[in-house]
Write a protein that binds this ligand. Structure first.
Ligand code: NCD
Ligand code: ZN
Length: 341
């Protein structure tokens, strides 16, 4: 039995840090474990320009952690080709995030017509700036469990056909259709995998009472999908890498008649992945998944600093106190078996 694992410090290739006081609160959890993270741009005022990304970058760096935020731009119809070239030249921006309008938290400024963005995709392809997609259609008439598959059929296939050199990340994949799409696409197409989509199915959300702290988007799917996601994560295929999609909301906003989508999983992030890989006899695959495949995709150097993971029980707190409020961490109250030492 392996009881200790020393790996290069991991990168989180999909993270929500928010802004204001909560930023400092969640950043300490991420900086403890990760060298870098792809920081999502869906703030209340979305990060739509290089100038906004620079100021957001500074506000993260101001906390003084040994942590490098990898910034992203929020794709809107108003994004210009000039801004895409500026983003590429900025060195701090590593991708452009596409949210279909209305699909998830803070996406109201997203894209209404994907087809109208083809000019911008062409410019991103030319400049080798990755496109990061929230791959679900936002049409309220489409069943919520079918929205990812529909996005593949309606848009992703065509985007990849038209822009074969465009680097594209299919974020937080939740279906076997998404895994198959990524496996069958060129080496330019990759995907991030969250702990919840590898560990849980929709029964963990809906059976025996609604579990709002397991609610995120894309919503958890049938177990058959979960199994395929898990297999992809531990497969050693370099197209699949770590992106936790930690997305903090106050406990009161999740335990509500209309609860927010998003799971706060950054409290125990690499430990959760260690738990998953260990349970499936794949600890030897954790290092590449967490610090190599993502870096390769984003053309980043490998982190040299190491972390040491040890087999030791840890009970995830029921609540985290934040500013006279609470945030409920993912798997609150449950015991996991790995810790950073
Ligand atoms: C994210 C958030 O809260 O910002 N929520 C989520 O359920 N994952 C947005 C997103 O990534 O969809
Ligand atoms: Zn996200």
């Amino acid at each position: 039995m392996i009881n200790e694992l020393i790996i290069n410090k991991p990168d989180d290739m999909h993270l929500h840090l928010r802004e204001g006081e909560i930023l400092g609160f969640v950043l300490k959890d991420t900086a403890r474990q990760f060298a870098r993270a792809i920081v999502m741009p869906n703030l209340n005022t979305p990060v739509t320009t290089v100038a906004l990304a620079e100021s957001y970058y500074e506000s993260i760096k101001d906390y003084g952690y040994n942590f490098e935020p990898l910034m992203t731009l929020y794709l809107t119809d108003a994004l210009s080709k000039t801004e895409i070239r500026k983003a590429k030249d900025s060195k701090i921006i590593h991708g452009v995030k596409l949210y279909p309008a209305g699909v998830t938290t803070n996406s109201k400024n997203g894209i209404v017509s994907v087809d109208s963005c083809f000019d911008l995709f062409e410019e991103m392809e030319k400049n080798d700036l990755p496109l990061l997609v929230h791959g679900e259609v936002s049409d309220p008439k489409v069943d919520i469990f079918d929205r990812e598959k529909m996005f593949i059929d309606k848009y992703l296939t065509r985007i990849c056909e038209n822009f074969p050199s465009l680097r594209l990340v299919f974020e937080h994949i939740s279906t076997k259709d998404a895994v198959e799409f990524v496996v069958n696409s060129s080496s330019k197409v990759a995907a991030t995998i969250t702990p919840q989509h590898a560990m849980l199915s929709r029964n963990d959300l809906l059976s025996g009472g609604v579990k709002p702290h397991n609610y995120c988007l894309p919503v958890l799917k049938r177990e058959i999908h979960q199994k395929v996601i898990l297999e992809a994560a531990i497969s050693g295929n370099s197209k699949f890498f770590l992106g936790i999609d930690s997305a903090p909301h106050l406990t009161s906003e999740k335990e509500s008649a209309c609860g927010c989508a998003g799971i706060y999983s950054a409290k125990t992030a690499i430990e959760l992945y260690a738990e998953i890989f260990d349970k499936n006899d794949a600890l030897d695959k954790l290092s590449d998944f967490s610090n190599k495949f993502g870096a390769d995709f984003y053309n980043l150097p490998y982190n040299e600093e190491k972390i040491r993971l040890i087999r030791k029980e840890y009970q995830i707190p029921q609540q985290l106190e934040f500013n006279n409020n609470q945030i409920t961490p993912f798997l609150a109250g449950q015991t996991i078996h790995w810790q950073i030492s």
